[in-house]
Design a protein around this ligand. Structure first.
Ligand code: ADP
Ligand code: MG
Ligand code: ZN
Length: 615
């Protein structure tokens, strides 16, 4: 667009000049010459004195007069009166006279240029419509937009990726093949052309693909699925063709198609009708993948978090017939990832990456990287030169719940309700046999939460039914405490209910944990790594209402257990709430001590606290 725009501007100026130029320029030029304006009278005088050797007259009345005298020739310009008398006088003087149709060449252009201009505008418009506003080079149209990284340029290796050891093992074979293809050819082994990396966003799929190229030391072509999808039919397919042509020339190499679901969705299921372009692109991709001869060592990696929407043709043998799962890391994986990203950050001895890993269940690599970055920012804000444990703690809460809102003015009555609510959660977490213990609880508002209880999460691969029932009870125990202590309930527990209901629903519909409904799967979240919740399978109305009543039963039972638990320990609950309101935040250890009836060491007096909260 840039070049085209400049061209357009130039044309505009030129044609303006051409149309206005003759009219404006002539008198001005005449006026500027040293010996005054060249007037009609002077022209006639020159004619009579035989100083004029030639006159070129244009239809606009412009005359270029060539004068010759002792000092040489000059050309003067003037506007002659548009009457026959002037012509007659020139002829009489015997001066050669040329009459041009529309005057000077510029004048002629002035008539043609507007036409040219219109044409040019049309061409530019048409082109920008076809390529989108991004393409600066008109010839790049239909070329692949792959970012190419030459061999040896990638410094990334498997050491920079953690928490997905199985995936690395699977990909090691690809690396070996790219390094020594002969070894495999000799054995007649067929190496997969296509490997699909599947996993939730931020788990390191893109990172891993690049690390494969770094390990294998081969060129790396990377392109995103959405780069193929264009508004105009045929462009995407042309890009695919071009990409593979380039790749074949650079073999052995890796082609990485990120977010392949943008182009590889099931054909013929889209509602909008107009997906010819995407289908063509996908077809071209399939054709290219089939078109490799055995000697061409091009390995195609692709990544997606929606393997469930991919066209089955993509997954057939010879195409993406290998899937490598890059899942969210477990506790050990999280620790390793934290170690990788902590390499370039000055950490104080008070930072225990193992503890952080335990308290960040569910986070993926991208989250953990972000967490450490937040911690570094926090340290900088506080004017420290090293990151301390508190920075990381704060960063985690910030990432999970939003920034702390200490300045928020909370009514004392509300703080009290919040304190009972959070102590309720904590009590259930600490006392129910299968629940995760308390890591921290606070009444300092953060994000949208008035306070919160952070459980010391672990990653259990298999969660038993009793554990799930305890989870529901912990989620409901905040509300239960409000009920027991105040006899009334508030609106502060909405999120708790969503959580409890979601667990109960999944127990019934996905995990076959309901006696009445039995061991059938009524929902499926197979292959959906976006966490958008399970997809309900078709079912009868009777089954649907049975599900609802089962879910309600689970919730009611759990709620009753929570209410009993709090009633039993009500005395302790009151005590702990008093301490929590004074200290605002309790660690897991402090909470455990209080629950055992111990008293906490007094706070060091140096730490300033908001006054007037004792009670
Ligand atoms: P995905 O492609 O799966 O969405 P990315 O590979 O783009 O995720 O990850 C984003 C960033 O998060 C990476 O650049 C890296 O810094 C960090 N990251 C993600 N996963 C890992 C991991 N397993 N090990 C180390 N860093 C990771
Ligand atoms: Mg990615
Ligand atoms: Zn709650």
């Amino acid at each position: 667009m840039n070049r085209a725009a400049r061209l357009l501007l130039a044309t505009l100026i030129l044609s303006l000049g051409a149309t206005l130029g003759p009219a404006l320029a002539a008198p001005t030029r005449a006026a500027v010459t040293s010996d005054g304006p060249y007037t009609t009278n002077r022209f006639f005088a020159d004619l009579e004195q035989q100083r004029v050797t030639r006159v070129v007259l244009s239809s606009g009345g412009m005359a270029n007069v060539t004068l010759a005298d002792g000092s040489g020739t000059r050309v003067r310009t003037l506007v002659v009166p548009p009457d026959g008398a002037t012509l007659t006088r020139i002829r009489k003087a015997g001066v050669p006279l040329t009459v041009t149709g529309s005057g000077s060449t510029l004048g002629w252009l002035g008539q043609v240029l507007p036409l040219l201009l219109t044409g040019l505008i049309l061409v530019v418009l048409w082109r920008s419509m076809r390529t989108g506003a991004s393409s600066a080079n008109p010839t790049a149209f239909g070329r692949s937009r792959a970012a190419v990284i030459a061999e040896g340029q990638i410094k990334l290796t498997f050491n920079d990726v953690a928490g997905c050891d199985e995936a690395k093992q699977d990909l090691q074979e690809v690396v070996d093949f790219l390094r020594q293809p002969e070894r495999y050819h000799q054995l007649g082994a067929r190496i997969p052309h296509g490997v699909l990396l599947v996993g939730p966003p931020g788990s390191g799929k893109t990172l891993l693909a690049k690390a494969v190229a770094g390990e294998a030391r081969v060129p790396y072509f990377s392109i995103s699925g959405s780069d193929f999808v264009e508004m105009f039919v045929g462009v995407g397919a042309a890009r695919v063709r071009d990409l593979f042509e380039q790749a074949r020339k650079s073999a052995p190499c890796i082609v990485f198609i990120d977010e392949i679901d943008a182009v590889g969705r099931k054909r013929g299921v889209n509602m909008q009708g107009g997906n010819d372009e995407r289908e063509q692109t996908l077809n071209q991709l399939l054709v290219e993948m089939d078109g490799f001869s055995s000697g061409q060592e091009v390995i195609i990696l692709a990544a997606t978090n929606r393997p469930d929407v991919l066209d089955a043709a993509l997954l057939r043998p010879g195409r993406f017939d290998r899937q490598v799962v890059v899942d969210a890391p477990d506790v050990r994986g999280r620790e390793m990832i934290l170690r990788i990203h902590a390499r370039k950050k000055p950490l104080d001895a008070s930072v225990d990456l193992g503890v952080i890993a335990r308290r960040t269940a569910g986070m993926v690599g991208a989250d953990l990287e972000n967490l450490l970055n937040e911690a570094a920012l926090q340290a900088a804000r506080s004017g420290r030169t090293r990151i301390v444990g508190r920075d990381v703690e704060e960063a985690r809460d910030r990432v999970l719940m939003g920034p702390e809102r200490r300045s928020l003015v909370v009514r004392e009555a509300d703080r009290k309700v919040t304190a009972y609510h959070e102590v309720g959660h904590a009590l259930a977490a600490q006392l129910l046999p299968h629940a995760n213990r308390v890591a921290k609880l606070t009444v300092v508002p953060r994000g949208r939460a008035a306070g919160y209880m952070m459980p010391d999460a672990d990653d259990r691969l298999h969660v038993t039914r009793p554990a799930l029932e305890d989870m529901i009870a912990v989620a409901l125990a905040g509300r239960a405490a409000e009920q027991v202590v105040f006899g009334e309930i508030t609106t502060g527990a909405q999120n708790d209910f969503q959580q409890a209901t979601s667990i109960a629903r999944r127990m019934v519909t996905e995990w076959g944990m309901s006696d009445r409904i039995g061991k059938v799967a009524l929902a499926s979240d197979q292959g959906n790594f976006l966490g958008g919740g399970p997809q309900m399978l078709p079912m009868s109305e009777g089954t649907a209402s049975q599900i609802d009543s089962e879910v309600k039963d689970l919730i009611d039972t759990a709620y009753t257990r929570a209410v009993h638990l709090i009633g039993e320990h009500l005395h302790r609950v009151h005590e702990i709430v008093t301490v929590l309101l004074t200290r605002e935040t309790l660690s897991g250890e402090e909470f455990t001590a209080l629950l055992d009836g111990q008293t906490l060491d007094p706070l060091p007096p140096a730490v300033p606290r908001p006054s007037g909260l004792a009670g």
